[in-house]
Design a protein around this ligand. Structure first.
Ligand code: AMP
Length: 190
């Protein structure tokens, strides 16, 4: 079983790459951002709760996010493995994921970061915002706040996974195919 965490700032290309990797390795792709957006679109209680945080570019509280993620893994009990995209984003989430997976006899195989500079990412996100309709991609102040959340809460996960010898990083700038190849070169070691 291969379980990959795709790591990186908003706009780094996690979702795009996850789409390719899930087909290549027959993995289930779980994007917590996509699940929240689905819930917002369908006006569920979870969506209503998440929206106020997402609109500001803040993280949704851990307890809500962890519960949602665990339910999503449970729904896919026959999966050959998972690509986690946008989760974990805090040390609390990473700890919860480790203990949840270990209870199921599973573990994270590798965490791979897609690296790009803030200025490159802002440019990408504003461009995506023109077509995606995502309000959190249309306002530079909100984008910068998401980076701030990342620096404060998510960046420490690099050390968390390095301590487990599971942290890898690749250059996130290049063509989609080039970046997929960089990721495959890491995943194929397992
Ligand atoms: P994304 O699509 O991954 O960029 O996520 C969009 C937004 O959803 C984030 O800015 C957060 O508000 C929320 N979100 C997604 N994943 C998480 C998570 N693991 N923890 C907390 N909030 C999250």
């Amino acid at each position: 079983m291969i379980n990959i965490v795709l790591f990186g700032k908003p706009g780094a290309g996690k979702g795009t790459q996850a789409e390719f990797l899930k087909n290549q390795y027959k993995l289930v792709h779980i994007s917590t951002g996509d699940i929240f957006r689905f819930n917002i679109k369908n006006a569920t209680d979870l969506g209503k709760l998440a929206q106020s945080y997402m609109d500001q570019g803040d993280l949704v509280p851990d307890s809500v996010t962890i519960k949602m993620l665990e339910a999503e893994v449970e729904k896919n009990s026959a999966a050959k493995g998972f690509i986690f995209d946008g989760f974990p984003r805090t040390t609390t989430q990473a700890d919860a994921l480790d203990s949840f997976l270990s209870k199921k006899g599973m573990q994270i195989t590798a965490t791979i970061a897609l690296e790009a500079s803030d200025d490159q990412l802002v440019e990408r996100l504003l461009k995506r915002g023109e077509t995606s309709g995502r309000t959190d991609d249309q306002d530079e102040a909100k984008i910068r706040n998401r980076f701030e959340e990342y620096n404060q809460k998510t960046a420490p996960l690099q050390e968390f996974y390095s301590n487990q010898e599971k942290f890898y990083s690749v250059n996130g700038i290049g063509s989609i195919e080039e970046i997929t190849t960089r990721l495959k070169n890491i995943i194929d070691r397992f």
